[in-house]
Design a protein. Structure first.
Length: 181
């Protein structure tokens, strides 16, 4: 599936956590943003969801069984179609302080500890949603400009052809006249 087919203004937010309570809390905090919220209970589910549709943002738990958050983030950043999706890591307060460094090194845009302030999380997510919308506008503008450029180039080529053909015919006539003399 190409990027154009996956583009829409309400790309949504991918919530990745293996704990049901955490997913419910995230939905409660972010529901007022009126954006699609998609759940994934593992890194593997997250990757499948990212390949099926476009997301404005991924909220990713660090500690999960199987593919943990760092491995999931590395896989997200490795793929061309998902590498630009911002990731906010969410983790418990008792986690190792080196986790934040590792999260940023993996490509995270931000790193929050649980329990998080709902207002702060909603504000951060809103910023990423605004950035996503502005990127979508820029992509549409660029596509329109590219289309306009191609149309002008096509018209210019047609005009050059029209001008070149009569000139070529006239040169041929002049050569024939010169050959007769």
């Amino acid at each position: 599936m190409n990027a154009e087919a996956r583009t829409d203004d309400s790309a949504g937010i991918l919530l990745v956590d293996d704990m049901e309570d955490n997913l419910i809390a995230l939905e409660a905090v972010l529901g007022s943003l009126n954006e699609p919220l998609v759940r994934a209970r593992s890194g593997e589910e997250a990757m499948k969801a990212l390949l099926r549709r476009r997301f404005a943002l991924v909220l990713l738990d660090v500690r999960m069984p199987g593919m943990d958050g760092f491995e999931t983030a590395a896989n997200i950043k490795r793929l061309d179609q998902t590498k630009d999706v911002p990731i906010i890591f969410l983790t418990g307060t008792d986690d190792d302080s080196g986790f934040a460094f590792r999260g940023y090194a993996t490509g995270a845009a931000d790193y929050l500890t649980k329990p998080f302030d709902p207002w702060v999380l909603r504000a951060k997510v809103s910023v990423f949603l605004d950035l996503h919308r502005k990127n979508q506008q820029l992509e549409r503008l660029l596509a329109r400009q590219r289309s306009d450029y191609e149309e002008v180039s096509r018209q210019l080529a047609e005009l050059e052809q029209e001008l070149a053909d009569p000139l070529r015919v006239r040169i041929k006539e002049l050569r024939q006249l010169l050959e007769k003399r």
